[in-house]
Design a binder for this molecule. Structure first.
Ligand code: AHR
Length: 517
């Protein structure tokens, strides 16, 4: 737009502002919105493929430098992301996990077949104590997912007692015997996972009854009471959030603090042929964007039913699995869900984070799937090597938004990115006042072909300019490899205001995060 303005003037033409204006972003810093919960930046480590074993856990005897079995390079990179919480042990794995098999001397733990993921032997080397070593090293909070599908209320209640009791009970003493004197702090605890599918193929009605039964027996010390999460719906199904919030009415013996929700972005929207992680046509760039933007409407629909049943917004809506899911390529075990991660994933991450910020009043947690080597991962590993993905870089750029106060933002004159019959708004934006007092703005240009100019009007602050970072590349599927780990990484970005006005040039297919100066 700015490039053609002098040409239009030289030709003596006047231009219609509404027809040709740049994208207009208005941010009102005087009207703070809800806090963007830091947990929107949650991570997921499931016993799945190389997500834990090899990826982060190598065992204390490994030649790969590690602390208590967890590899130092990966833990170091995750620390830099300021990971707020880690969900474990699944996923589908959680509903077949029996916690007693993962405590005590590692060489005496039973071996099981991981029936969900590749049929490999699960030797239970990573169990409760090892998981807490990891979260404590990361300075993160623990989200433990309980087994409803093949467990019992007793088994679930006893796991919580084992982890949280400071008493002299036999279970607390067993924890001490296994090397941990003080209780583990369990911040979040989920009763089952995907009860509509791998967690037991239940109906919302049947699960709700079970939820009430199990939740009644989860008794923990007052200073170590986890937020209790019910397993909710997925994609366009609001019946779970509706049924749960209408029928679980908290009382002295029953709590439900949040309902979970899962939605994965498949380029082709088809579980049999999902689409490739790399070398995809532009039509699949577009369909990935179209499908990922559906997250917004899914949240709106769920919020509507929850607002009806819970107008005080006491129950959180936790999108505790989201991200891209592609076809596994090459010789890799299809059950390991290993996929490359490209600039397209970075755009998907930025778009979803902006959506979660917009719904910060109800979305208090979101967890990308998964942290290492699985689906839309932060980090990929190969033996002793590690690479950071474009998604990792976006999460790092967005750190200032963790715990920031959202600011109302209005977008006008947003150009459409169109391909064939599909069309989406090219620009997405979010703004917040971070804990350091500065205003941060994140902008995503989902158009792979065209740069956009965004005019930013900020009410309530004087603007001299902005500085931050941009993530972009020439190719839609630009990605890092073990041979070329820095092919795509953030670059410095800054712009000066002119007469108090900010106009930012956002390159095609880019994520930009800036602080206002
Ligand atoms: O993240 C991979 C799997 O996707 C999880 O185990 C399950 O909950 C979901 O279907």
């Amino acid at each position: 737009m700015r490039a053609i303005k002098p040409l239009i003037a030289a030709l003596g033409l006047s231009l219609s502002v509404t027809a040709l204006a740049d994208t207009q972003v208005s941010i009102d810093t005087t009207k703070p919105g809800p806090v963007i919960n830091k947990n929107i930046y949650g991570q997921f480590a499931e016993h799945l493929g190389r997500g834990i074993y090899e990826g982060i856990w190598v065992g204390p005897k490994s030649k790969i430098p590690n602390t208590k079995g967890w590899r130092n390079d990966v833990v170091g990179a995750l620390k830099e992301l300021q990971v707020p919480l880690v969900r474990w042990p699944g996923g589908c794995f959680a509903d077949e996990y029996h916690w007693r098999e993962g405590i005590g001397p590692r060489d005496k733990r039973p071996a099981r077949v991981n029936t969900n993921w590749g049929g490999v032997i699960e030797d239970n080397a990573v169990g409760t104590h090892e998981f807490f070593d990891l979260v404590e090293m990361l300075g993160a909070e623990a989200y433990v997912n309980g087994n409803l599908g093949t467990g019992t209320p007793q088994e679930m209640a006893e796991w919580l007692e084992y982890m949280t009791s400071d008493s002299k009970s036999t279970l607390a003493e067993l924890r001490r015997k296994n090397g941990r004197d003080k209780p583990f702090r369990v911040h979040y605890f989920a009763i089952g996972n995907e009860a509509w599918g791998c967690g037991g193929n239940m109906t919302p009605e049947f699960y709700t009854h079970l939820y009430k039964q199990y939740a009644s027996f989860l008794k923990t010390p007052k200073d170590n009471t986890p937020i209790l999460i019910a397993s909710g719906g997925h994609t366009d199904d609001t019946s779970w959030a509706d049924h749960l919030t209408a029928n679980v009415k908290p009382n002295w013996a029953l709590r439900m603090d949040a309902v979970s929700f899962h939605y994965y972005t498949l380029p082709r929207g088809d579980w049999t042929v999902k689409g490739a992680a790399l070398k995809f046509p532009e039509s699949e760039w577009m369909s990935t964007m179209v499908n990922t933007l559906k997250m917004d409407q899914f949240i709106v629909n769920n919020k509507k039913v929850m607002d009806k049943n819970d107008p005080e917004k006491k129950v959180g809506f936790y999108v505790d699995e989201w991200g891209t899911w592609y076809d596994v390529t090459g010789d890799d075990d299809p059950g390991f869900l290993y996929q490359q991660n490209s600039l397209r994933d970075a755009i998907v991450a930025g778009l979803n984070l902006n959506i979660f910020h917009k719904h910060a009043d109800r979305v208090h947690m979101s967890i990308i799937a998964q942290m290492v080597n699985v689906l839309q991962a932060m980090i990929l590993t190969e033996k002793d090597k590690m690479i950071l993905t474009p998604t990792y870089h976006v999460f790092k750029m967005y750190i200032p938004f963790q715990g920031a106060t959202s600011l109302p933002l209005e977008l006008k004159n947003v150009p459409q990115y169109t391909l064939g019959n599909a069309s989406i708004p090219a620009v997405s934006a979010t703004a917040a006042r971070a804990k350091d007092g500065k205003v941060y703005i994140a902008l995503v240009n989902a158009n792979p072909n065209k740069a956009e100019t965004v005019d930013i009007n900020l009410a309530g602050v004087t603007v001299n300019g902005v500085s931050g970072q941009v993530l972009t590349a020439a190719a839609m599927d630009a990605h890092n490899t073990f041979a070329a780990p820095d092919t795509i990484k953030p670059a410095a970005y800054s712009a000066k205001a002119k007469n108090g006005k900010l106009a930012l040039d956002i390159p095609a297919k880019a994520v930009v995060v800036v602080a206002v100066e």
